[in-house]
Design a protein around this ligand. Structure first.
Ligand SMILES: *[C@@H]1O[C@H](CO)[C@@H](O)[C@H](O)[C@H]1NC(C)=O
Ligand SMILES: *[C@@H]1O[C@H](CO)[C@@H](O)[C@H](O)[C@H]1NC(C)=O
Ligand SMILES: *[C@@H]1O[C@H](CO)[C@@H](O)[C@H](O)[C@H]1NC(C)=O
Ligand SMILES: *[C@@H]1O[C@H](CO)[C@@H](O)[C@H](O)[C@H]1NC(C)=O
Ligand SMILES: *[C@@H]1O[C@H](CO)[C@@H](O)[C@H](O)[C@H]1NC(C)=O
Ligand SMILES: *[C@@H]1O[C@H](CO)[C@@H](O)[C@H](O)[C@H]1NC(C)=O
Ligand SMILES: *[C@@H]1O[C@H](CO)[C@@H](O)[C@H](O)[C@H]1NC(C)=O
Ligand SMILES: *[C@@H]1O[C@H](CO)[C@@H](O)[C@H](O)[C@H]1NC(C)=O
Ligand SMILES: *[C@@H]1O[C@H](CO)[C@@H](O)[C@H](O)[C@H]1NC(C)=O
Ligand SMILES: *[C@@H]1O[C@H](CO)[C@@H](O)[C@H](O)[C@H]1NC(C)=O
Ligand SMILES: *[C@@H]1O[C@H](CO)[C@@H](O)[C@H](O)[C@H]1NC(C)=O
Length: 464
């Protein structure tokens, strides 16, 4: 009995549990459904959001693209009209400036593919085609243009090689630019920034890269570098391994850590020899520094003697103050016969003349403070006292025509002729050296007081 009751109780309990479970399940379900609907709704909403975002992005891209297309076609129409309108082009300088402005503005708004087409258009319109044999060529100056990532590939529809011979693109930004299978002979990239540029199976014969910045540039797949001018170019880490390097001018180029095989560096055939004057080799050492006189008309041999004192014109020297003459040693009124040519400079009243010498081809040596100058002259005065003196001295000037603050007071003329020389280190950042001839006379009209200067020489060598 007991057990029956117990059993009944158990039965009852089971029944109760079942009911409880059902009501729980009901509750759960009834709350799950809206939850699921909610989740579903959220999911759908998110998806819709994503779709509409994508749509909006697409629309935006399309709008951007349309805008770029409008900029591009507007530009082409405008410039084409200008090119075709010969009456407008009669004012060449103004038209070229107009084209430059329009081009730089358009380039700022365009993406890489249209930039490439724009450059193609200018090239085909002969506005960036450097025809050296034409006296009347019109060239647009694109200095400062942003052409990063520019890509010149073979025309896939025709597989024709692009022929860009005589391309004129100096002083532009061509970082990461790629030229594949192009003919780029006789082109000009002077002063352009071309870090990471890639030249693949491209013909670069007779192209100039003077003072271009080509760090990590790659010349690959039998790219031909024949008679290329890299004067003053920065080629740190550049890769030449898979290119043909012949008769290249590396004057003052920085090839530190560049990849060149020993056969490329030192071609066995003499007709393919390179120039490495003042260059830095891949191993970090300097190339040959040839000591030569950099002063022009250093011995007064040109335009000598000056016969018209009211317009003394001394070749290569600029008058700062006063009058300096050239005279012949064979004139009976002086007694300074020697072996420094036929003529000399003659000063008889306070005067200063100067000559600026560009030492840009020594910039790597100078900036490492390894460039030593040697200033020398044959000079002297009839008298030497507090009332007169003659000197040859130099100033050091930066690229921006600024005086570096460094001056060498140089060589002082004494009584009687004497050969004099002075040595020193060219200061950092010097790009020009100004050689001065100066004569000061505090007493007027005293004919016996005169100074003579001859054979003024300045040479540069690497400090030992
Ligand atoms: C050519 O230029 C002249 C002068 O600016 C202008 O008057 C003329 O309308 C232009 N012609 C065309 C076809 O654009
Ligand atoms: C280059 O200029 C010369 C002389 O004006 C001309 O004869 C020649 O056709 C020009 N070359 C090109 C490709 O325009
Ligand atoms: C490329 O054009 C130049 C003239 O601009 C021409 O002298 C040269 O032969 C052309 N190169 C090829 C492969 O057609
Ligand atoms: C050049 O390309 C590299 C990698 O290919 C990239 O990281 C870099 O941002 C690019 N530079 C510019 C100026 O586009
Ligand atoms: C190399 O370039 C330097 C500087 O531009 C120039 O003086 C020299 O004549 C050139 N040498 C050759 C072989 O072209
Ligand atoms: C550096 O490289 C140049 C050019 O290949 C070579 O003439 C010179 O001997 C090398 N110098 C050293 C220290 O390896
Ligand atoms: C000397 O130069 C001055 C100034 O240039 C000129 O007026 C004069 O005619 C010249 N005299 C002779 C003889 O050439
Ligand atoms: C001085 O030298 C020049 C050129 O060498 C010559 O023409 C002239 O006759 C000479 N004058 C005298 C006075 O010797
Ligand atoms: C020689 O000197 C005299 C006097 O100083 C001057 O008048 C004459 O022009 C000079 N001649 C030459 C050829 O330099
Ligand atoms: C220096 O290089 C320039 C070109 O970059 C060249 O015209 C000039 O002749 C060179 N000067 C010297 C003194 O070698
Ligand atoms: C300086 O240059 C002069 C003229 O070329 C030369 O005679 C002299 O030996 C040079 N001096 C030195 C120390 O190189």
């Amino acid at each position: 009995m007991e057990t029956e009751v117990e059993m009944g109780n158990v039965q009852l309990k089971k029944e109760k549990d079942k009911q409880q479970f059902l009501s729980w399940a009901n509750l759960l379900l009834s709350s799950l459904i809206p939850l699921m609907i909610g989740v579903f709704t959220i999911a759908v909403t998110i998806q819709q959001q994503q779709i509409s975002d994508r749509q909006r992005q697409q629309d935006q891209n399309q709008a951007d693209d349309l805008q770029k297309e409008n900029v591009f076609t507007g530009y082409i129409d405008d410039i084409s009209k200008l090119i075709l309108n010969t009456s407008q082009l009669s004012n060449t300088e103004q038209s070229l400036l107009y084209i430059r402005t329009k081009t730089l503005t358009a380039l700022r708004k365009l993406g890489v593919p249209r930039k490439t087409h724009l450059i193609l258009f200018l090239y085909e319109s002969k506005l960036i085609y450097n025809n050296q044999s034409s006296a009347t060529q019109r060239l647009v100056d694109l200095s400062g243009a942003d052409l990063t990532n520019l890509l010149f590939d073979v025309d896939s529809s025709t597989t024709l090689r692009y022929n860009f011979s005589h391309l004129y693109l100096p002083n532009v930004n061509l970082i990461n630019a790629t030229f594949i299978d192009c003919e780029l002979t006789h082109s000009n990239f002077d002063g352009s920034i071309m870090n990471n540029a890639n030249f693949i199976h491209t013909d670069l014969r007779h192209t100039t890269f003077k003072k271009s910045i080509l760090h990590k540039a790659k010349f690959q797949s039998k790219t031909i570098l024949g008679s290329v001018d890299f004067t003053g170019a920065l080629l740190v880490h550049a890769d030449f391994k898979d290119s043909v390097v012949e008769s290249v001018n590396f004057t003052n180029a920085n090839l530190d850590k560049a990849s060149l095989t020993i056969n490329q560096l030192e071609p066995s055939r003499t007709e393919y020899h390179h120039r490495f004057d003042q260059a830095i080799f891949p191993n970090g050492t300097f190339g040959p520094v040839k000591e030569k006189n950099l002063v022009q008309n250093s011995g007064a041999e040109e335009n000598c003697p000056v016969t018209n004192i009211s317009s003394p014109n001394i070749n290569m020297w600029t008058i700062h103050t006063g009058v300096l003459l050239t005279a012949s040693y064979n004139n009976s009124s002086d007694h300074h016969i020697n072996n420094f040519g036929r003529c000399y400079f003659l000063a008889f009243e306070t005067a200063r003349v100067y000559q600026q010498i560009n030492v840009g081809n020594y910039s790597l040596l100078i900036d490492q403070e390894k460039a030593q100058y040697n200033l020398s002259a044959y000079l002297g005065c009839v008298k030497h006292d507090g009332q007169m003196h003659g000197t040859v001295w130099i100033d050091f000037v930066t690229n921006e025509e600024l005086f570096t603050g460094n001056r060498d007071f140089g060589l002082l003329a004494t009584k009687g002729m004497r050969y004099n020389t002075i040595l020193g280190i060219i200061p950092y950042k010097t790009r020009r050296i100004e050689v001065n001839i100066e004569y000061t006379n505090f007493v007027d009209n005293e004919k016996v007081k005169l100074c003579i200067f001859d054979n003024i020489q300045l040479s540069i060598k690497k400090i030992p």
